[in-house]
Design a protein. Sequence first.
Length: 102
Amino acid sequence: MAVLHLTKENFESEVLKSDKKVLVDFWATWCGPCQMVGPIIEELGEELEDIKICKVDVDKEPEISIKYNIMSIPTLIVFENGEIANKTIGACTKDEILELLK
């Protein structure tokens, strides 16, 4: 499944009401560490079928960033049953992201 780009219009339906675990990558185009994590997120989007992989561009969707108190990017948040199950801030390796999803 491809990576889904979230907006304030689809965030609730795609993340909070999802029947799957959801990984949300909060990122920006100008963020160097985000650019390092981006290809890993895309790869996971292709590989993982039981987890929904999503991205939020913090510059285009400030309301979502404010709601989840995003102060540094990249921030990865795992949602399960509409609740935050896990979170990490900063660039991560693929193995660290997979561990976050357990």
